[in-house]
Design a protein. Structure first.
Length: 228
């Protein structure tokens, strides 16, 4: 944790008062499960809190920054900013991937590079930072790390296949689009989801991914490739 503390101090001028919070934020469930006798806390609860404060701050920012954007457009942009892959990228930008504590199985299976784990880690860090320093410090951190990328228009270039598919299918009226998980494979720390898309109760494509969201995007991408 000493290297992480130095990293936060040097690059973001952040020093945690509660070191246990910081350590919990960087402890994955796989590590905690392998050390149950030590009664180690993992970062899932902090992830829940971090997700909430991230949504709030990004929503406030978009509302103020883009007075001309409609609610639907702001929602789409926000979903691109806070999507799993984006947050994983920010974790790597901050070098958080170097410091997360993983179980041996998760480590061997490439968990340190997995978007689901790194995205959750970023949210857990925000949750810990909120509890230790308050919402304004979280806002300042996001202004340094995330907002410059928003200003560059990075996330408006991201392809949201689910939205594209919905717009294509509903161009001439409402159509029922349903994403269903039809299969799950692999151990808990390295699951792969298989998702099917049903349009008016008829299956039109399938997709796979390390999370349900990624599998849904893959299925939507495959559907668009078949339709266009």
């Amino acid at each position: 944790m000493k290297d992480l503390e130095l990293q936060l101090k040097t690059h973001f001028n952040i020093t945690f008062e509660n070191q246990e919070l910081l350590e919990t934020a960087f402890t994955h469930t796989s590590y905690a499960n392998e050390h149950r006798l030590l009664n180690i806390s993992h970062n899932e609860r902090l992830e829940f809190l971090g997700d909430a404060v991230l949504q709030l701050i990004i929503s406030e920012y978009l509302f103020s920054r883009y007075p001309e954007k409609a609610e639907g457009d702001m929602s789409k942009l926000r979903s691109m900013i806070v999507r799993e892959e984006s947050l994983a990228g920010f974790s790597k930008f901050c070098h958080f991937d170097r410091y997360i504590k993983l179980g041996k199985g998760e480590e061997k299976s490439g968990g340190r590079d997995r978007a689901t784990i790194l995205g959750d880690l970023f949210e857990a860090f925000l949750g810990a930072l909120l509890l230790d320093k308050g919402v304004e410090t979280v806002r300042q951190f996001l202004n340094k790390v995330m907002i410059p990328q928003v200003e560059k228009g990075t996330f408006e270039k991201v392809k949201d296949y689910k939205t594209c598919l919905q717009e294509h299918l509903q161009a001439h009226g409402d159509i029922l689009i349903d994403y269903q998980v039809i299969d799950e494979n692999g151990p808990a720390h390295a699951k792969e989801f298989n998702v099917a898309i049903f349009v008016n109760d008829k299956q039109i494509s399938q997709g796979k991914g390390r999370s349900k969201k990624l599998a849904e995007q893959d299925a939507a991408k495959n559907a668009l490739n078949n339709l266009l």
